[in-house]
Design a protein around this ligand. Structure first.
Ligand SMILES: Nc1ncnc2c1ncn2[C@@H]1O[C@H](COP(=O)(O)OP(=O)(O)OP(=O)(O)O)[C@@H](O)[C@H]1O
Ligand SMILES: [Mg+2]
Length: 186
């Protein structure tokens, strides 16, 4: 419950333009590797492997804490919807002068009718699935927050595909934040 309140406060502040974006030079390949490491134990406990493909160097200027949160929200979803023995793949690549991060799982997918609304607040497909209290309960805020963070960095977060064979989300980040985004920087 505390985390849900925290997420709600964050979105309310984001709406009001009050979440400071603390940009600093960082390496995205390190950030992605750290996120993978952070969830690996949890994933291993459920016999889920987290694989990572990274470019040698991916320098970026962004808010490390917010970008962590974005990647962890996607990983949390991917792991929570995977079954034992499955693997979750993180692939970071240089793309069009910026970066592309794909987070792919082999879970059951998101029902087609919900896909267009999946980034909206409180939208959850799990309500329609057999209830599993421990692993799949959530408020339906993680993707809204993740998309807001992507956009605050001048990037985009999209659902690339979601079928019965799995889902893939893709984050794209520009090499240089746009002038409009720069004005929002503290
Ligand atoms: N990788 C995925 N595989 C299958 N379904 C997914 C996946 N990612 C998201 N979903 C569906 O989209 C819904 C919304 O995801 P979101 O992360 O916004 O909320 P949540 O995970 O339910 O809760 P929260 O992230 O706030 O704890 C989820 O409830 C789930 O039904
Ligand atoms: Mg989530």
């Amino acid at each position: 419950m505390r985390l849900i309140v925290d997420d709600l406060l964050m979105l309310a502040s984001a709406d009001a333009g009050e979440v400071p974006i603390r940009r600093a030079p960082l390496y995205l390949e390190e950030l992605v590797a750290e996120c993978a490491r952070a969830v690996r134990t949890l994933a291993a406990a459920r016999d889920i492997t987290v694989t990572v493909e990274l470019p040698e160097e991916a320098p970026f200027v962004g808010d490390e804490a917010l970008l962590h949160r974005l990647v962890l929200n996607l990983l949390d979803n991917a792991i929570k919807h995977s079954s034992a023995g499955a693997s979750v793949a993180l692939r970071l690549s240089v793309h069009g002068g910026g970066y592309r991060l794909e987070v792919a799982d082999t879970g059951p997918g998101i029902p087609g009718e919900l896909q267009p609304r999946i980034f909206e607040r409180f939208v959850r497909a799990d309500a329609a699935r057999p209830y599993s209290a421990s692993s799949t309960s959530g408020a339906g805020l993680g993707l809204s927050i993740a998309r807001w963070i992507a956009e605050a960095h001048g990037g985009r977060l999209e659902l690339l595909r979601s079928t019965a064979e799995g889902s893939a989300f893709v984050l794209t980040l520009p090499a240089e934040p746009s002038a409009a985004e720069n004005r929002r920087t503290d």
